[in-house]
Design a protein around this ligand. Sequence first.
Ligand SMILES: [Zn+2]
Length: 134
Amino acid sequence: MNFHSSDHTFCSMDLNEVKLYIEKYRDRIDEALRSRRFIELCTHSGNEHEICVYVFRGTKRDHLLIRCDYCSCHDYLLNVVSRKKKQLCYHLLGLEIAISKGLIVKVTVTRDVMYEILKEILLCDFSPTLRRVM
Ligand SMILES: [Zn+2]
């Protein structure tokens, strides 16, 4: 799969910098897209407000994502927030690519299931419930 960074704006970043990140993470992002790891998890819309969150379904760890702003992975906490060595982790870059290419996987669940998945990711970095509903 080819990524053309000039097609999109990524998180208000300088395009040359985006290209470097894409080069660096190309293989991992490519694998993640093929394996349907970028998920938009939403509650059923009905009388209540629909809630949607972005989730990365990893092989060993799952992460919660806020576009361009937050990832619950170790790399983000260490190198983006603490050391300020870079602006984003590969999950956040991959999320933007998944959204822009229409490769995000949308999963709709009840509020109870949403709560269970978020709890599992926040407490254990892994959600068996997410795997059951996919
Ligand atoms: Zn991350």
